[in-house]
Design a protein around this ligand. Structure first.
Ligand SMILES: *Cc1c(COP(=O)(O)O)cnc(C)c1O
Length: 416
């Protein structure tokens, strides 16, 4: 079939998914990226590399992560079967360790000595510091001083794991300034350092590479799900920030046209500029951080400020492959607000005993809406990208009065 051929051959040799992706960078960097691409394409075929990564996934991360039938939630919502791919049970608590280990092993095989990255809330920083520790590489994480103040537990984790956390106090002292600083440091010595991008974004080959490392999620799930139910899922759901956990689940299923696939973006506080990060729903094609994608941008093409209660989802761009899948109509991109995500956070906690990350709670919230429209014989497979330990203090501070009043627990979901 034409459409499935298109999906499986992406990206092309220049890193394009349809019109998206590519390499919009200065010449010096273009050469460095071409070298990384060549090394990666060789190394990914190397049986030693493949078995070393597979062994880490199995014995270190704890893969395969289970697929779990959420029977109580399914019943409550009308009977369609809801299943979770439990990436929250991975070592370090989310899917990010999958690509961080891949990138660290690749860097090591390329002879690099140090991993460099920026981090916002610290999730990518912690996963990368973990991968650096296990592979024996040095690790520098650039982080805005405002974020360092806000995300103390993750800063402490990175330090304990042996990473250097380098404070960035320029400008607003948050993620954007941290990206700029990390990038400057990388360009000073690209020979011994490796810039490890934290999602399926950035210039070629990163969207392809990070996707390849995350594919394990869907590859496992397809076998686990069919073994549990005797069939393929009817629907897939995952949250989309840059898009790595979503593409990781979706890739193995893209060829099955009968499966409906949903990516969930944050509509935050509403649809005014600066209040959301619903890039695919409201953005237009543009260029950010060296690649072309849907982008929330102003008249001049500069990225707009974004907001989500889930810091892993507030990025004004999105992976080029998602941009392409949207245009092809293969994946539908929907939105969930901050309040809906928090409600789903409590629903899953109280019905299933699983506290999800606020990012993953967006996927759960959309699943709750979708399940109510489905017949009992239909199924939904949801990527539960991470656990919510990191979010509990924030949620209690801002939503505790509503969901955990002192005289008893209020039930989060209308049962009607
Ligand atoms: C970082 C993060 C995300 C968002 O990143 P993607 O690349 O879109 O997957 C989602 N869930 C969790 C738990 C995260 O830590």
């Amino acid at each position: 079939m034409e459409a499935s051929k298109k999906l499986n051959n992406t990206p092309d040799l220049n890193g394009y998914f349809g019109e998206y992706g590519g390499t919009f960078v200065p010449d010096q960097l273009r050469e460095i990226l071409a070298e990384i691409t060549d090394s990666y394409l060789q190394i990914r075929e190397d049986p030693d590399f493949i078995s070393e990564l597979a062994s880490l996934y199995r014995h270190y991360v704890g893969r395969p992560s289970p697929v779990y039938h959420a029977a109580t939630l399914s019943k409550k919502l009308g009977g369609a079967g809801i299943y979770f791919k439990r990436e929250d049970l991975n070592h370090t608590g989310a899917h990010k360790i999958n690509h961080c280990l891949g990138e660290a092993l690749l860097a090591k095989r390329m002879g690099k000595k140090k991993l460099i990255a920026e981090t916002g809330a610290g999730q990518h920083g912690v996963a990368l510091a973990t991968a650096a520790a296990i592979t024996g590489l040095a690790c520098d994480i650039y982080m805005g001083t405002v974020d360092i103040e806000k995300e103390h537990p993750n800063v402490t984790r990175m330090k304990i794991l042996g990473a250097r956390v380098i404070p960035v106090s320029d400008g607003l002292a948050t993620l954007k300034e941290a990206v700029d600083a990390a990038f400057r440091a990388y360009l000073e010595d690209p020979l011994t350092q490796f810039y490890a991008i934290g999602s399926v974004v950035g210039p070629h080959p990163f969207p392809m590479m990070v996707r390849d490392f995350q594919q394990v999620v869907g590859q496992e799930a397809i076998g686990q799900f069919t073994q549990l139910t005797g069939a393929l899922p009817d629907n897939l759901v995952a949250c989309v920030g840059g898009g790595s956990n979503a593409i990781g689940l979706f890739t193995a299923f893209l060829d099955e046209p009968s499966i409906k696939i949903y990516g969930v973006e944050p509509s935050g506080r509403g649809f005014k500029d600066g209040d959301h990060a619903a890039t695919l729903s409201l953005g237009k094609p543009g260029i950010i951080h060296g690649f072309k994608c849907y982008l929330l941008q102003d008249e001049a093409g500069d990225p707009l400020p974004v907001h989500s209660i889930a810091s892993g989802l507030d990025y004004p761009g999105v992976g080029p492959q998602h941009s392409y899948l949207k245009d092809l109509g293969r994946v539908r991109y929907e939105t969930i607000s901050d309040d809906e995500a928090v409600e789903a956070f409590f629903v899953l906690s109280r019905l299933e005993g699983i506290i999800p990350a606020l990012e993953s709670a967006h996927a759960v919230a959309f699943t709750i809406k979708l399940a109510r429209t489905l017949a009992r014989d239909k199924s939904i497979l949801v990527n539960l990208s991470g656990r919510g330990d990191k979010d509990i203090d924030y949620v209690m501070k801002h939503y505790g009065r509503r969901y955990c009043p002192p005289n008893g627990y209020s039930w989060p979901m209308s049962t009607g």
